[in-house]
Design a binder for this molecule. Sequence first.
Ligand SMILES: [Zn+2]
Length: 216
Amino acid sequence: MEGKQWNAQVAKDSRDWAFIVVLLVLCWPIGLLMLLRKSNVDRSATFKGGGVAGVMGWILTILGLFGMLGSRFEVATMITSAGLLTGGILLIVKSKQMNAKAKKYRLYISIVVNEGETSIDRIAQSAGMDADEVQIALQEMLDRGFFHGHINQKTRELVLAKSGVEAKDVGNIQFAVVRCENCGADNKVALGHVQRCAYCRSLIRTNADGSLVSGR
Ligand SMILES: [Zn+2]
């Protein structure tokens, strides 16, 4: 995947988020549903959804408050403002939940991918979490495709399938390990090319010297 596809993907992603932002202002219940859907379906959006929800939550809350103050007890304005205020508060609460989940996912990716730890008990110890809670989260990440493999209940271990995109050093293409800016996973990438993160599928583009090109 090269420059053109990179630009097209970045543009599509910006359009998706802009659409959600507009929907949140015009009709927040639908906007919120779209936001949750994108964060659940699109793995890379899992790490961004909370931020968008937080900013929009505050905007709606402030609009709602100003609307209330300026309503002069007009019923229609008061109802609209109360609606905005409700949506704003709900979005702020949702954003906190989404950010907490993204933080947990990043932590597990860092322990499993970057440190190579697969024992559930040791992952739990490392993360300072309850082992059962870790197992549920890892299963969720397996179901959503962040990891490929399964959990061995007997050995209490995360068994990862060999990554199908494991890059081989061929010809004069140089590879380097680059950390995904979105989920924090170390990825082996071909230098100077555009690839997707093997874990969250966000785009990773490197310069020939191995430095990251930030797209968003
Ligand atoms: Zn990633």
